[in-house]
Ligand binder design. Sequence first.
Ligand SMILES: CC(C)(COP(=O)(O)OP(=O)(O)OC[C@H]1O[C@@H](n2cnc3c(N)ncnc32)[C@H](O)[C@@H]1OP(=O)(O)O)[C@@H](O)C(=O)NCCC(=O)NCCS
Length: 153
Amino acid sequence: MNIEKMTINDIDEVFSLEKELFSDPWPKHFFFEELENEFANYYVYKNEEEIIGYAGMWQMFENCDLTNIAIKKEYQGKGYGEKLLKFMIKEAIKNNCEFMHLEVRVSNIKAKNLYVKFGFEETRIRKHYYENGEDCIDMVKGLLGLNEEDFSD
Ligand SMILES: CC(C)(COP(=O)(O)OP(=O)(O)OC[C@H]1O[C@@H](n2cnc3c(N)ncnc32)[C@H](O)[C@@H]1OP(=O)(O)O)[C@@H](O)C(=O)NCCC(=O)NCCS
């Protein structure tokens, strides 16, 4: 299993996971645009046969936003999401990020638990943020003073 930079050759596979895993999937062109975005970093989690997950973040000065993180259904619940999140936090620390922000649906208990496990805290609730009227939770984790080694396997 390897975590590597996403390339345009990965987008078809990533997009089919995106459609499978999210009720409001990003359109495919977003991924192409994100790979051109100098403030964005996207990664894929691969085994020999396939992409089993992906994640991305934007960085603006000391703040970064985890834009997405996802693990293919049949690989969920086996610790891969945790490994991928650790990798993203490690990258953010390496890039001198001081805060990692993210948004999560109130109903997304798995993701929320994962974030809480890694010390993310709720900052606010955005009411009716999503198209289906669902609320969004903004979360943040402070990275100042943390070391990359703390997030190694
Ligand atoms: C959220 C997601 C990335 C977690 O990945 P995963 O590989 O299934 O998670 P892991 O096996 O690494 O579990 C890590 C932690 O997540 C939480 N978690 C995972 N599965 C859970 C479940 N079924 N119920 C509750 N919490 C769960 C737990 O805190 C778990 O830690 P623990 O095992 O010590 O309890 C994955 O479920 C996913 O891709 N979901 C669909 C896409 C998505 O919603 N992404 C997040 C957008 S904000």
